[in-house]
Design a protein around this ligand. Structure first.
Ligand SMILES: [Zn+2]
Length: 345
């Protein structure tokens, strides 16, 4: 059970509250909520009500009635009744406002949590030099860009107390994958890029700055293509493998660059590219010595062409990716030239 005050303040004004409450109750019908919390009731014949054992008091004969039309409950045994919010107040021993916050969290369980986490990582990037040193070493130095991409740093070991101070329970952090089962931070000594979908943070990509495996995401959907809200306006887009590739290209003025974090597109990401049927996709994957990047680009080429898109494959110098290409001294003109040269297949 959640402790009192364990849900962050929603920051709403009283005026908007009434409408929000109606919406909240519509989004979660009482009967559905009860069933999700293992309440079983059977329909009372010829009436639209359901009856079952009361979750609020001990009983052997069912006297807890739910009316799905009115979205209300009433118990003839303990004489308690009301709506979903009232039910949460009674079962979780929360105040009215806390019950509302609890339900909002339950409906959008990780949205606000990931938002708070991203803000914390951004602060940490300013606090500890090793994070920003790594970002600069990778060729990303424009402070406005770092801010725009929401780049942060996870030092590790300090996220949990910070989020618990904001009112998040340990279970919530475990559930979101921010804390592992051993109680350790999922991201430790990693530069963090928040991944958004429809302007909501849905995941984090963490690039190790130490010896740990380089790439890490939370065990949840990575959403759509990176920064798609701003990239979708372009007819021609550049698709890269990694977020540092994207960062240096944005820095060099190629704001039409997006990233799938890896070389495979999910059906959602493919749909995004197909939004514009005239679109040309420039694939700028790594030129690996073992041909991995080139093979991935070829595989993707067929997939995109079947989806009706124009595709061009950008040929970087041997063993380079866009990030290392710029680090080795290439200019925006150099890259623009590679785009021009990219064969349309
Ligand atoms: Zn009762």
């Amino acid at each position: 059970m959640a402790a009192q005050g364990s849900y962050p303040d929603t920051g709403r004004t009283v005026d908007t509250m009434g409408k929000d409450l109606e919406r909240l109750k519509q989004r979660t019908p009482l009967l559905e909520y009860l069933q999700r919390h293992h309440w079983t009731g059977h329909q009372v014949s010829a009436r639209s009500e359901f009856v079952g054992l009361c979750p609020l008091h001990e009983e052997t004969h069912p006297s807890f009635y739910v009316n799905p039309q009115k979205n209300l409950f009433y118990c003839h045994g303990c004489a308690q009744g009301g709506d979903l919010i009232r039910f949460v107040e009674l079962t979780r021993h929360l105040s009215f406002c806390q019950s509302v916050a609890y339900l909002e969290e339950e409906l959008a369980p990780t949205n606000q949590l990931l938002h708070h986490t991203a803000a914390f990582y951004q602060l940490e990037l300013r606090r500890y030099p090793e994070g920003i040193e790594y970002v600069v070493k990778r060729g990303v130095h424009d402070p406005h860009l770092i801010e725009a991409l929401g780049i942060g740093y996870a030092r590790g070991g300090n996220l949990r107390p910070h989020l618990q101070n904001l009112g998040y329970s340990l279970e919530r952090l475990l559930e979101a994958g921010l804390i592992g089962p051993q109680g350790r931070d999922a991201f430790c000594r990693r530069v963090i890029f928040p991944c958004r979908y429809s302007d909501r943070i849905v995941n984090f990509y963490g690039r190790s700055i130490g010896r740990a495996f380089p790439h890490r995401l939370l065990p949840r959907s990575k959403g759509g293509l990176f920064a798609w809200e701003s990239v979708r306006q372009f007819r021609d887009v550049i698709l890269v493998e990694g977020l540092f590739d994207l960062a240096v290209l944005w820095q060099a003025g190629f704001r039409n660059t997006t990233c799938a974090i890896g070389t495979h597109l999910t059906p959602l990401q493919l749909d995004q590219l197909r939004e514009n049927s005239d679109r040309c996709v420039y694939i700028a994957f790594d030129q690996d010595e073992n041909q991995a990047g080139q093979n991935a680009a070829d595989a993707l080429l067929h997939c995109l062409e079947q989806a009706g898109l124009h595709v061009r494959i950008v040929s970087l110098p041997a063993s380079h990716d866009p990030n290392s290409y710029f680090l080795a001294g290439a200019s925006a003109e150099d890259f623009a030239h590679l785009l021009e040269e990219a064969p349309s297949l």
